[in-house]
Every structure is written in C-alpha cells, then in structure tokens.
Design a protein around this ligand. Structure first.
Ligand code: MG
Length: 169
C-alpha cells in the first residue's frame, strides 16, 4: 500500500480514540450538571468513536499493515454552558470529515480503490455525524433555554441506545 495512505490510516486510529476521549469529557461535564440524558448521549458517542478506531485498525490488519498505537491527547476543551460541548462537537466532526476526505484524496491519487471503498462508509457516517451535531445545537437553541424544554431534551437523549456500526470487516 502507498506509504502516505498507510500512515494516514494509522493516524486515524489515534484521531478516533481522541474523539472518544473528547466525547467522554463532554459526558463527564453533563453528568456533573445532572443532565444524565446528554451524558448518556455522549457516552454512547464515545463508544461509537472507539468502534471507528477499531475499524481502521482491522482494515490495516486485513491488508497486512503494521499498526502502531500512539498516545491519546488530553481533551483540552473547556465547557461552561450546556451549549458549549454541542458547538465543540459540531466543529470537531467537521474536522474529522476533513481528515477522512484527506485520506480519500491520497487513496485516490494512489489509485487505491480498495481504501476508497472502505472509506465510503466513513464519508456517509460523517454526513450523519455533522447533521446530528447541528440538530443538537438548533434544538437546544429552540427549546433548551426553557427549563421544561431542557428537561424534555435531556429525557430524549437518555433514550439513545448503543448500536454496533453497520460496517463489518
Ligand atoms: Mg468517528
């Protein structure tokens, strides 16, 4: 496999674990506010990010590539309001989309159609992640400033359940 593509795939494992860490940090912030629904939402989001890391790992292994795990960065965002993590999440997902697009670009340059096909799932996934993050912001702005509205939103996010990724390798 092309060296740049292989390096970017390996780096993406770390990026996905960092995403899991960032979302766990958000869950901790909401838990401290007794917003258990939001805390649940981001705990599950963290599980999904770990799944993404394992998918990149498995893909590399299936292609005979050596996987090297690196240190996971400390979550360095500060949250003060209920809205803060929602905005950080939306911004972070756009960053992840750019990372995926960059790997896709390098795979395309290298005529690595297999990796492009693997990444297609993540391209779709990122559309969903950005859409979900944006919806959480707009719904908070619509309903969240009212205590009863925030209570209902929190109740709704308490209902999120973990589902394994639809991509299997
Ligand atoms: Mg991800």
């Amino acid at each position: 496999m092309n060296e740049t593509v292989a390096r970017l795939l390996n780096e993406q494992i770390n990026k996905e674990f960092y995403s899991a860490y960032l979302y766990l940090d958000m869950a901790i912030f909401y838990d401290a506010m007794d917003l258990d629904g939001y805390a649940n939402y981001y705990t599950i989001q963290a599980q999904e990010e770990r799944d993404h890391a394992l998918l990149f790992m498995k893909y590399m292994q299936s292609n005979g590539l050596k996987v090297t795990l690196d240190a996971i960065g400390k979550p360095d965002k500060t949250f003060e309001t209920v809205l803060d993590p929602l905005e950080v999440a939306a911004e972070h997902e756009r960053y992840v989309t750019a990372l995926i697009n960059n790997i896709y670009h390098e795979a395309h340059q290298a005529k690595d159609y297999r990796t492009m096909k693997f990444l297609d799932w993540f391209v779709d996934e990122q559309m969903e992640e950005e859409n979900n993050a944006d919806t959480m912001i707009s719904r908070y702005k619509l309903f969240g400033q009212d205590p009863k509205g925030l209570y209902l939103l929190d109740q709704e996010y308490a209902g999120r359940v973990y589902t394994a990724p639809s991509l299997t390798l």
